[in-house]
Design a protein around this ligand. Structure first.
Ligand SMILES: [Zn+2]
Length: 469
């Protein structure tokens, strides 16, 4: 309750009293009256504060497993409030009720919140300690180091090239160290350190037969890091498999897929950002059903969804970049009827029209046969590894490419989902592979893995491989 409301409530009593009491006495009594209202107001505030605290306590206890305890918010707010000298608990409920309240009331509130903070910190600390202890107890013991080289196979029996990716990661690190001499803002010292630390130590869970499952490691998530690009590509690959599996199940295998590469002429480094923007704009004309663009109308009728992956390759001979899009389109079965089918030459004409260019750009069109649909779609959705081919160029050339690509990556996503793909991705609650907090370890549910020990492998710079240590 605010002071204004309390005053409004007391107005009729005040009018009667004004008519019957002499002027002097009236002013004294008036002051007394105001004081009483203030007291009532403060009492009301105290009661509200008290109720709020009870509410917060009970909510935290009820939501004990909530990842972000309510107390955290209170603590953050408390700092803000202290600085602004404003009312306290009202802020938690409604931003509109933020007003200066009486000083006494403020002290009272801050005192209460201080207490609350103490308790909250204790609760948070206890929770963190309990969680850490529980985790440590659940972990199997670390195996004695054997000094052996790491050998890691995927579920399909493919050897995982950890050594190669770490070697490339270190090559990129060297290039960045040179790049900051030219352009200091290209990467921050912290991010450079992150890059150096990327996947230096791999922790595996091991079962009785010696099968391994990656359990814990640090990935830097620097956009151009070859190690992280590889991990993202694996994640994207598995996501697309899940999505297409689901779509096929739901639609009784009636959805068909096209794999199309849309290209344009090469450009130089300074034009790269502008050209990528142009290519993306043209793509949106092709797929956005709210935009009416004549050459794309026929295709849009058949289109159910898309996955778009942007790739930029570099031509060291001409020193130019080749930005292009790899797209997977989900289309209705009727796309393959004579009336709706679009042949390769028509595709080139459509794309030229959307790009607004006077030449016929290269377009690669592939229909994916239903029999090997999911596998092919997932294979094609691999995240484009842009960097590895650049790392072995002459140093100065490579450094310039790294600077150009880093500028291009700034606040930009390279993979986009639309239509049925986007909806299914949301439905299956799949993470954004390019997000800062994306899980690139992908340990999944480790309880399903019958582990008996933990094995630790560290990258050895001298030997260029991971060794059990
Ligand atoms: Zn990395």
């Amino acid at each position: 309750m605010t002071a204004r409301k309390a005053k409004r409530g007391g107005n009729s009593q005040k009018d009667n009293f004004n008519q019957n009491v002499p002027k002097k006495a009236r002013s004294v009594l008036n002051k007394e009256f105001e004081k009483k209202i203030m007291c009532n107001d403060m009492l009301a505030k105290f009661v509200i504060d008290f109720l709020c605290i009870i509410l917060f306590f009970s909510m935290d206890f009820l939501l004990l497993d909530n990842k972000k305890p309510l107390f955290c918010d209170i603590i953050k707010l408390q700092d803000k409030i202290k600085k602004q000298n404003r009312g306290v608990l009202y802020m938690l409920f409604s931003k509109n009720s933020l007003k200066h309240t009486a000083t006494k009331s403020n002290t009272l509130n801050l005192h209460v919140v201080n207490k609350l903070e103490q308790v909250a910190q204790q609760v948070i600390h206890k929770k963190a300690v309990a969680k850490a202890v529980a985790k440590r107890e659940a972990e199997p013991p670390v195996q004695q180091p054997t000094g052996e080289k790491l050998v890691d196979y995927s579920t399909t029996g493919k050897k995982r090239k950890w050594d190669l990716h770490k070697q490339n990661n270190l090559k990129l690190l060297e290039l960045y160290k040179q790049a900051i001499k030219i352009n200091p803002s290209v990467i921050s010292p912290k991010r450079l350190q992150d890059l150096a630390d990327c996947a230096n130590q791999l922790e595996y869970l091991q079962d009785a037969e010696g099968n391994k499952k990656l359990y814990r490691t640090y990935f830097c998530r620097v956009r151009l890091c070859p190690m992280c690009q590889w991990r993202r590509s694996l994640k994207l690959f598995s996501q697309v498999s899940k999505i297409t599996d689901y779509i096929n199940q739901q639609n009784n295998n009636q959805v068909r897929y096209l794999f199309i590469t849309l290209t344009q002429k090469n450009c130089c480094g300074s034009e790269l950002v502008q050209e990528i923007n142009k290519i993306n704009k043209s793509f949106s004309l092709l797929v956005d059903k709210t935009k009416r663009v004549q050459p794309a109308t026929k295709f849009k009728k058949m289109l159910l969804g898309y996955i778009k992956s942007t790739e930029v390759t570099y031509n060291p001979k001409t020193k130019t970049y080749h930005p292009h899009l790899h797209c997977i389109f989900a289309v209705q079965e009727e796309y393959f009827n004579k009336v709706n089918y679009i042949n390769k030459n028509t595709w080139r004409a459509i794309w030229a029209d959307l790009l607004k260019v006077d030449y016929l750009p290269q377009v690669n069109v592939q229909a994916i046969k239903p029999a090997r649909q999911q596998k092919a779609v997932a294979e094609l959705a691999k995240y484009p590894a842009k960097v590895s081919s650049i790392l072995n160029l002459p140093q100065m050339q490579a450094v310039q490419v790294i600077i150009d690509l880093t500028t291009l990556c700034y606040k930009r996503r390279f993979v986009a989902f639309g239509g049925i793909f986007k909806k299914t991705k949301a439905l299956l609650k799949l993470q954004d592979v390019e997000a800062e907090n994306a899980d690139l370890v992908g340990a999944g549910n480790i309880k399903e893995f019958n582990y008996v020990a933990r094995a630790i492998y560290k990258y050895n710079v001298k030997f260029g491989c991971y060794i059990s240590s």
